[in-house]
Design a protein around this ligand. Sequence first.
Ligand SMILES: [Zn+2]
Length: 131
Amino acid sequence: MLRKRNCRMDSCSGASVTSLDQQDLCLNHFLLRCYEKLEGVDPRNRKLCPDPLELASLRGFVEECSRKTLDLSLHCENLTNLQRGRLLDILLWAGELFFLLRAPRLTTWESHNLGRLQRVVNRAGLEPASR
Ligand SMILES: [Zn+2]
């Protein structure tokens, strides 16, 4: 039988629901770690292009991140709407990064167009319906 384990983040007593980078994490710390790591992986936040070796490890992380996020959103019970939204957000971001890291030469063009798409989505999604 699988033993219950606790989240490995400092002073957190939450039960771990998954692992990332071989660290057991509770759901909230998993979300936090994903955001932190994806921020660092995103080529749009980097000045230098990663070398091929680093690129492979970044892709590996993005893949692990999206796999575990999908798994959690399908199998984790009692998710709040906010947690659900964050899981979806991470999943979309990871998918986008996976694409950007596959084709670094397209990065500028893609991020330009994805940025435009994001603005359209934000306008459509965040404007209050009745105003
Ligand atoms: Zn935790």
